[in-house]
Structure formats: structure tokens, C-alpha cells
Design a protein around this ligand. Sequence first.
Ligand SMILES: Cc1cc2nc3c(=O)[nH]c(=O)nc-3n(C[C@H](O)[C@H](O)[C@H](O)COP(=O)(O)OP(=O)(O)OC[C@H]3O[C@@H](n4cnc5c(N)ncnc54)[C@H](O)[C@@H]3O)c2cc1C
Length: 475
Amino acid sequence: MTAKTDVVVLGAGPAGVGAAIAARRYGLSVIVMDEATEAGGQVYRAPAPGLPRDTAETRPGETLRATLAASGALCRLGEIVWSITPLADGAGFRVDSLGEAGPRMVEATRLILATGAQERVVPFPGWTLPGIIGLAGATILLKSQGMAPGTATLVAGTGPLLAAVAAGILKVGGHVAAVVDIASRADWLATLPALASRPALFGRGLGWHAKIRAAGVPLLFGHVIEKAEANGAKLEITLAPVDRTGRLQDGARRRMTVDSVAVGHGLVPASDAARLLRAASDYDQARGHWQPRTDAGFRASLPGLYVAGDGAGIAGADAAFLQGQIAGLSAAADHGCAVPAEEIAALRRSASRVGTVGTAMARLSVPRRGQIAAIAPETIVCRCEDVTRAEIDRAIGEGARDINQLKSWTRCGMGPCQGRVCGDIVGALVAAGTGRARAEVGVFTARTPLRPLPVEALTGVYEYADIRLPPAAPL
Ligand SMILES: Cc1cc2nc3c(=O)[nH]c(=O)nc-3n(C[C@H](O)[C@H](O)[C@H](O)COP(=O)(O)OP(=O)(O)OC[C@H]3O[C@@H](n4cnc5c(N)ncnc54)[C@H](O)[C@@H]3O)c2cc1C
């Protein structure tokens, strides 16, 4: 039997929890779904069993999980949502998932997408070698397992996760070979007004830097990884200086031998579920990413659909929690509950105030023109389908005008990750190659399944001989 509910919340991070508790306060039935086995999302990821849960870092996550548990929302954790279909006549949405209980579906009158962010890595030669992981991915390893990515790690890219990961590695006893930031000191100074508006966050950042300095870790501003080469189990890294546009400079190269690299260039909204539903989206020039179009109540362009948190535009965890509550209240109001407009307005004011740091960090991380230009022709851009920059440029030369045309010509973005890893960079390459704006070259069309999953898990085990085939049509 298909389960029915007033609201499905997809994502149990701060935005999803905020949405669930707000909708529950007005008596709506709510099912929260997440592929993680515990709520918390990326920032409040639960530590693995056996690791301490009562530390300054883990306490906020424990509070968030307790808040969700007390809300009366039904939690379906450890379930991958792989398909979402609008019901006939705008009656809501069917959500298909796969978890330990096997395939399940639920129908909801309203759907709140709180799917968070995914990380962006600007490719360089060798970025797909073993031992090289995303900066955000490294936070997962540190938080959930208390493990460093290797015995000597180079931390590179840009944004706040650089210092967070380097300090995290030092905390678990790892060695950081260097922190390499494409941003200059001047770029960071420009973010000071935003950082100063959130003293607690600023203080945390300063604490990470103090730890890094105390450990004697070299800190290189205005530098990038030019290339990584395998040398047995080690990685030979070449670092190069860049100008403010990210263009490689002629200055001296530095070489470094490490066994792991954590590299990332900021975050972009994980908008695949909204795109699957063909919800309207826009390119945010300042934050350098596509995001689903939402109104002041975080309603998307489809009736009954809401998007909140980093999935609606990168603004950070605190803003996500508040935005989630706004979306939950909007759902309750649209359901006929009497939600005071002032309650939503107050949350909106708080969300835009606390979102300034996340927004400033998103701006800092937007790939620079020269950084995109420096991607070498032989560099793999789409790692699922092994599509290189040269192949992308060739397709553009042959007339590909937008990102989906390029996808069908090169298979770029058609692999298991569905363009989640390469999509933003491919968009930048198509824009650069065609001279068109990012908004004009578009964003990858999303398709089911939203996550790779074994077909056997949906169909069950069967023998071909057992499939009852209809008799062949007469000739
Ligand atoms: C890998 C990663 C690590 C990060 N680490 C940090 C950090 O250490 N500190 C920091 O301040 N910020 C970090 N961020 C940024 C941080 O995620 C956000 O600012 C904040 O968590 C946003 O909250 P949210 O609720 O919008 O999304 P999230 O917290 O990301 O929650 C989204 C949830 O949706 C779930 N989900 C998405 N799609 C599906 C699906 N199809 N099926 C089932 N579940 C799904 C995910 O499992 C996730 O739990 C990180 C981001 C990423 C991508």
C-alpha cells in the first residue's frame, strides 16, 4: 500500500529539520527522508559508533537530532530517494526510495527539498588519481570516522573548508604538508565585513588558522595545483602562482611529495531533484551557481514544491535552518493553517542576516576566468565518462551552444553522478567557449535515478525464464 502524508521533506540536514519542525508545529503529517542513517546533514554529520558524541563539535548535531526526534515527524533515514514524480492534477508528488526495507514509495501533498550542496572541483591534470579527494569529502571522513585522508596531505582550493579541513587533520593527528589557497590575502580581507558580522563563526575560523600556524604548516595564498603525478603510492604535486583572475603565472614552481590531497573550490546547490521536476531555476551571478527559483516563502515554481537551505542557494548551515523553517511554515499556510505573516517575516530577516558569511564564502569561491582557461586540453573534466577538455572544446567548435547539446554530443554528465561533479565546470567551459552567458548555456537536465542504485534492488531476483511474455503478434 502506498503511504500518504501531508509533507515529505527530502534531506535531514539543518534545512530539512527546520522544515519538519515548523510543519509539525501546525499539525501536518511529515515524513523526513535522507540517505544518511542519522539526521544532521553535512555540517552536523553524526560520528560513527564508538566515536565521542559529547564534544563541542558534535553537540549541535546531537541537539538537532533530538529536536527532530521530538517533533513527531516520521523519519525514514538510510533511504536513497531515486525518483520523484508529480501526481496527476497537481495533487502532490510520488517519492520513490530505496533503503534496507527495500523499495518504498510515498505520496505527499507537499514536498520540501532540503538537499543541501555538493562540492565543486576545478580540474587539473591528475585530479582523478587515487589519493586525491574533495575538500568537502574530507570533512565527511574527519567527522564520521575521525580519520585523515592520508599520512601527509596537501590541502588546496579555496573557501572556509580549507582551514576547517587542515585544522581537522591536525586535530586527528595527521600531517598537513601545506595549505594552498587560490585566493589572495586581499580577497580574504574583502570578506572581513561579512565575517565580522558573525563573531562566533569568525572566531572559529581564527582558531583554525591559529592551529595551522602553530603546527608550522606553510600557507600559500594566490597559488594552485598546476598538476599532480603518480609516483608509486605517492603523489608529486606541482604548485604554481596565479594572478587575481586565476591565470597561471611564470613565477617559480614548487614541488611537493604527499600521499593525499584534499582539494575543492566551494559548493554549489544540489538541485538535481528540483531539476528532475523541471522546476524553474536561475543562474546567480554573484554566487556563481544555478539555483531553483523560489519566492519569499521558499516556494518553487511548481505548486506544492518548496526548496530551502543550501539547495536553494549557498548561504551556510545557520541560514539553512531558518530557511527550512520558513519553507515548513509556507507549506503549513498553503495547507490552510493560520500562520502569522510576522512569524515568517522575522525568520526571513534572521536568515538574511546570518546568511551573509555563507554568501560571502560562495562569492569568494566562484571559479575565476583564468582558472577555467588554465584547464589543460588533456585534463579529464567529466570523470564518469572520461571526457576531456579537448573533447568539450571540439564539440563547442562543432557548434554545441548549450550544456545539454554538449551532453548529448560527448556523453559529458551522463555517467553515474549525472553531472553532479562536472556540471558547474562544464557550464563555465561552454560559456567561455561560446562567448555566451552562464544563464544562456543552461544547466544539465536531471534524470532518474537521482543516485546510482542496483536495478536488482528494485526488480528483485528473478530468472528470465520466469518472465511471462505475451504471445508474439501474428505476422
Ligand atoms: C560534503 C560536504 C561537507 C560539508 N562540510 C561542512 C562543514 O564541515 N562545515 C560547514 O559549515 N559546512 C559544511 N558544508 C556546507 C554545509 O553542507 C551546509 O552549509 C549546510 O549543511 C546546509 O544545510 P542543508 O540542510 O541545506 O543541507 P545538508 O546539510 O547538506 O543536508 C542535505 C541532506 O539531503 C540528503 N539528500 C540529498 N539528496 C538526497 C537523495 N536523493 N536521497 C536521500 N537523501 C538525500 C543528504 O544526504 C543530506 O543529509 C559541507 C557541504 C558538503 C557538500
